[in-house]
Design a protein around this ligand. Sequence first.
Ligand SMILES: Cc1cc2nc3c(=O)[nH]c(=O)nc-3n(C[C@H](O)[C@H](O)[C@H](O)COP(=O)(O)OP(=O)(O)OC[C@H]3O[C@@H](n4cnc5c(N)ncnc54)[C@H](O)[C@@H]3O)c2cc1C
Length: 350
Amino acid sequence: MKTDFAKTLDISKKWLKENVKRFAFKKLEREIIKPGICVKCGTCVSSCPVDAVAADYTQGTMKPILVGKCIGCGICYVMCPRTFANRSDIIGEFRSIWKAKTTSNVRGQNGGVASELVAHMIEEGFVDAGIVATHDKEKPWKPKATVVTSGEEARDSHGTFYSQAPVVGRMLQAFQEGHHALAVVGMSCAMDSIARMKTHPAGLLRIDLRRDVITLGLFCMKSFDYPGLIAFLASHGIKPASVEKMEIAKGKFKVIGKTLGSWPLADLDDVATKSCSYCTDLPAMNADISLGNFGSEEDWTTVLIRSVKGEHVFKSAIQSGVIEAKPLDEKSIQFIEKMAKFKMLKKYRD
Ligand SMILES: Cc1cc2nc3c(=O)[nH]c(=O)nc-3n(C[C@H](O)[C@H](O)[C@H](O)COP(=O)(O)OP(=O)(O)OC[C@H]3O[C@@H](n4cnc5c(N)ncnc54)[C@H](O)[C@@H]3O)c2cc1C
C-alpha cells in the first residue's frame, strides 16, 4: 500500500507530466549543483519518487548525486528553491501576448507600439501626459526623461536609448507640476520602483488617491553607462551625432547610421551599467504592459498585457485602428522564455 507521501509525489508527478516540460536530474546537476548554487536543503533527495537521488557526504558537505535511474519526472528540479521552472516565474504573469505594430508611418525601434500607446492614451484622455526618453539637445544619445503632453510629441519619442533615463524622478516632478494621470515608459528597474510606490505601506502612489500611473516596461537584457558607451563608440571612430539607431539583436550590439558597427554584446561588458548584474528581470514583469522585440520580427513589437488597465488601453488602441496586433505563437513565447531565463541564470554564471 502506498504511503500518503508517495500519493503526494504521484499527484505532483502527474501534474508536471501534464503541465510542464519534463526535467531530468542532470539538468539540476548542470544548472544548480555543479555551479555551486545548491543550498543543500535535501529537497531533491527526499522528493525523488524512485529514490534515484542521494546525499553524498564524502567531501565533508552534502551534495545531491544520482545513484539510481532518473525517470525525468522533474520533481527535484521544480521543487529546488534555486530553479526557475514555471513560465510565470520566468516571464511573469500576463493576460495575453501579442506581436503588434503601429499603423502610423512612425518608424519605431521595432513596431513603434510603445510610443503609439503613449500617444493614444494622451489623445483619448486616459492620461494627461506621458514620461518618455528624448535626446539631450547638447549630447546626442544621452537620454533625457521628458514629459510629453501631445500625441505628436509622444510619437516623436520613438526609438531606444541604451542608457538610463531617470523617468521615475521625472514622473514625481510631473505630479508636483500638477499632472494627475501619467503613462510612464521605462526599463524593468523603473517599473520595480513604481511598483514599490504602489504596494509599500508608505508608497507614494498608494497614499495619494489623486495620482495614477500606467506603466509601459521595455524588455531589457542590459543597459550601458552613457559616458562609457560614447567612449566605446569613439574607440571605433563613431561620433554619436552620426548614429541614427542603436539596437541589440542576436547577441550583438549594432549601430546604424553614417558609420555601421556591430559587436558581440560581451565586448561592451566594461561599460554596462553595474546594477544590471543584479537584475534578473528581462521582460519587465512589474509593468502593466511589457514591450520588446524578442519573439517577433524586427519591425514588430512583442507585447505582454499584464493588467486589466493595460488590456483596456491596448484594446482601445486596436479598436481605434492605431495599432494592429496578432496573437503571438507558442514557439515565440518559448523564445522569450529562453532569453528571460538566460538573463536570470546569468547571475549564477557570473
Ligand atoms: C536599455 C534597453 C535594452 C533593451 N534590450 C532589449 C533586448 O535585449 N531585447 C528586446 O527584445 N528588447 C529590448 N529592449 C526594448 C526594445 O529596444 C524596444 O524598446 C521595444 O521593443 C519597444 O519597441 P517599439 O518600437 O514598440 O518602441 P518605440 O515606439 O520606438 O518607443 C520606445 C519608447 O521607449 C522610450 N525609451 C527609449 N529608451 C528609453 C530608456 N532608456 N528609458 C526610458 N524610456 C525609453 C522612448 O522614449 C519611446 O517612448 C531594450 C530597451 C532598452 C531601453
